[in-house]
Write a protein of this length. Structure first.
Length: 122
């Protein structure tokens, strides 16, 4: 089942679109495509692929998405497949309010997280 997500600010590099469709990839648990007008990203559900990843949002970031509890947040990370493996961006996750379908790619402040973390094979 696909979900249309609305971004107040499009994810980095995907302007000018503000509405994207999040679609699960068949046969790949926790892998999605995020598709806009002329762009497509692969994103991973952090709860499936990175269960220990627990970044902290600022109060302003949470308020901007209308998040009142952590349970309402869906945390996605951008996946970058490459010849030597797949990396994920842990410093700028995409956070979605599961109740409202509002999303934002947020830069995490004061957290020592990599832009390109190797994704361990499962």
């Amino acid at each position: 089942m696909s979900i249309d997500l609305t971004f107040a600010v499009p994810p980095f590099g995907l302007s000018p679109a503000a509405v994207f469709t999040l679609t699960p990839v068949d046969g790949a648990d926790g892998l999605f495509t995020l598709v806009g007008e002329d762009a497509r990203l692969f994103v991973l559900d952090a709860s499936v692929h990175l269960p220990s990843y627990s970044p902290e949002l600022t109060d302003e970031q949470a308020a901007g998405l209308g998040l009142t509890s952590a349970e309402d947040a869906m945390l996605l990370v951008v996946a970058n497949p490459g010849e030597s493996g797949t990396t994920v961006n842990l410093l700028a996750p995409i956070v979605v309010n599961a109740r409202t379908s509002a999303g934002a790619q947020l830069i995490l402040e004061d957290q020592d997280l990599p832009l390109r973390a190797e994704l361990a094979r499962r």
